[in-house]
Ligand binder design. Structure first.
Ligand SMILES: [Zn+2]
Length: 576
């Protein structure tokens, strides 16, 4: 067993102290820190937050010799040593759903960031004691209780089966935690909220119950005996969620503005998405990540399933359970289409390849037009395939059946799946043109919009394109932020034609200097522009001609008829 003692240091220093006791593995003992975290398929480089790592003989207190063999691996000379005592500090100053944070009011740890394990025995139990002030409460997926108290502090104990279990069980100790619960199909669901939040008149419990019950009905059961939503409600804008074995951490803000429909919908959207992950990813897991290998990247081409299918169902479960209206459904689908169409990466990289490439640039804008989003393109694919299955079976078979089959064959049996397995199930269940979905749209850079016409026809919608209302984009073919930074250029539009590119900054527009007001200035323009562009090494003027007619880049779904298929698609589909 590996034992840990964890305690926050001076709050404003943001360091958490770790003292660990590792059994010696013989002549050398290799101690490893994870290099990535499940849910974020890129290197996390957590070692950059570790300070003062030292190893001692636990009996004699003598300092041992060690050498780093990778940034995340310490090889300790442990001949004749029974237990190695390791001490280090972890800098916990980042607040998102996958980070760790300590500020005196809360001790929040994603263990995958900060806990080392034995490379030769990742299955070893981990016994963690956490020292926090008396008035802190606990939220996390591993049951815990206050073991003893002294000097105004409490000691909480978490026992994890192995590093995998601990890494997948983030926790929050805080004095601002409130505890809530609701029932879904007899399953008690826990909701922890850290921080004050304003939901206005919205009844979140009722809405959570609705989407949770529908998800459970769709799969037939819930794979865990208990489940925890853990919300970090921040006063500033943040929207980030990470799925775990029997919990999810969701960082959301601004917390006083969840009485506004848009923010509240975003809160529901992310919550439904994360719960769907309890099946899809945490249970129905790609073979490439079964088990997780924390010592190196775990490449997988299944992002269109893990994140794409989850993105689609996160929204669909809100629509199908009646929490979201058909008007909202239409907006969500328009967003998928628009995000797809605006990204010229669709011409250059398949969603399959983008899935592997999350490890290099999956969570940044990346270079212009290089890649596509596994979330958006995966959701588009799932949508089109869902409707195609419904059409081909007169409403009897849908993507629900594919996911149920995935759950039955792989999730419930604890066996990892490959993308071949997924496509085979689609084929078995009668997906028309499955080869085209797979080879042209998923593994190739085929035309989604051509296929989408078929989807929309059956749902009684027609796709039209409208101007966005953003003057800079509509008439000049670029988008800027307030500071004048060019964030997007319409290919072969007026700005592109005169050499304006992403990465440049606009400092002056028709004689008016830009001071955090570029968007506002652009919105008032009615004629041709003379603009000054700053391009790292030089600054120069360019003339941008105004288009007579605006670009039309906004996707609009026009109602043709409320088709029978649309009603099935947007209904609960239970008992069908
Ligand atoms: Zn996700």
């Amino acid at each position: 067993m590996i034992r840990y003692k964890v305690q926050g240091g001076q709050p404003h220093h943001r360091f958490i102290n770790f003292v660990a006791l590792f059994p010696s593995m013989g002549e050398y003992t290799t101690i490893q820190l994870p290099v990535w975290r499940p849910g974020r398929y890129e290197l996390g480089n957590f070692a950059k937050n570790v300070r003062g790592w030292k190893a001692y003989d636990a009996d004699t207190g003598e300092l041992l010799l060690w050498k780093k063999s990778t940034p995340h691996t310490w090889v300790v000379e442990s001949d004749g040593v029974d237990y190695i005592k390791v001490h280090y500090e972890y800098f916990a100053a980042e607040m998102n759903a996958g980070s760790s944070y300590w500020d005196g009011a809360q001790l929040y740890i994603n263990p995958v960031n900060a806990f080392c394990f034995l490379l030769d025995d990742p299955e070893m139990n981990m016994d963690v004691q956490i020292h926090v002030p008396h008035d802190f409460d606990y939220a996390g997926g591993i049951p815990s209780e206050r073991k003893q108290t002294e000097n105004g502090e409490s000691i909480w104990r978490l026992v994890a089966a192995n590093i995998d279990h601990l890494a997948d069980s983030p926790f929050v100790f805080s004095r601002d935690l409130s505890s809530h619960d609701y029932d879904a199909h007899g399953q008690k669901m826990h909701v922890w909220m850290n921080g004050e939040v304003n939901f206005g008149d919205f009844d979140w419990r009722k809405d959570f119950q609705a989407f949770s019950e529908l998800q459970m009905s769709m799969f037939g059961d819930f794979p865990r005996s208990h489940y925890h939503f853990i919300f970090q409600f921040a006063p500033y804008f943040i929207r980030h969620g990470v799925e775990h074995e029997n919990s999810t951490i969701i960082a959301m803000g601004p917390s006083q503005a969840f009485n506004e429909r848009k923010n509240y919908d975003s809160f529901l959207g992310i919550s439904s998405h994360e719960l769907f992950h309890a099946w899809n990813v945490k249970c129905i897991r790609p073979k490439d990540m079964t088990p997780y290998d924390f010592t190196k990247p775990n490449y997988s081409d299944t992002g269109f399933i893990t994140e794409g299918v989850t993105t689609y169902y996160g929204d669909m479960m809100l629509i199908r359970s009646g929490v979201w209206s058909m008007a909202k459904a239409k907006i969500q689908m328009e967003e998928f289409i628009e995000t797809h169409a605006r990204n010229r990466g669709r011409l250059h990289q398949s969603v399959t390849d983008s899935s592997v490439d999350t490890w290099v640039d999956g969570y940044t804008a990346g270079i212009p037009g290089r890649k596509v989003s596994i979330y958006n393109e995966g959701a588009m694919l799932a949508w089109m395939m869902d409707v195609d299955l419904l059409v081909g079976s007169q409403g009897k078979v849908s993507l629900d059946d594919v996911m149920r089959e995935m759950y039955k064959r792989f999730g419930k049996r604890g066996v990892g799946y490959t993308s071949d397995d997924y496509w085979n199930i689609c084929k078995e269940l009668g997906l028309n043109r499955w080869e085209s979905y797979r080879y042209e749209l998923c593994e190739g850079t085929g035309d989604y919009l051509a296929q989408l016409k078929y989807t929309l026809k059956h749902l009684g919608w027609k796709l039209e394109w409208a101007s966005s209302g953003n003057v800079a984009e509509d008439y000049y073919g670029f988008l800027v932020d307030d500071m004048g930074r060019v964030i997007n250029v319409v290919f072969e539009g007026p700005a592109d034609d005169v050499g304006i590119g992403q990465e440049m900054r606009i400092t002056c527009i028709n004689g008016q200097d830009v001071h955090r007001n570029a968007k506002e200035i652009m919105q008032k323009q009615t004629g041709d522009l003379t603009i000054t562009v700053e391009d790292k090494w030089r600054e120069y003027n360019v003339e941008v001609l105004r288009r007579e007619k605006p670009f039309k880049r906004k996707a609009v779904l026009v109602d043709i008829e409320n088709s029978d298929l649309r009603q099935i698609w947007s209904g609960s589909r239970l008992g069908a």
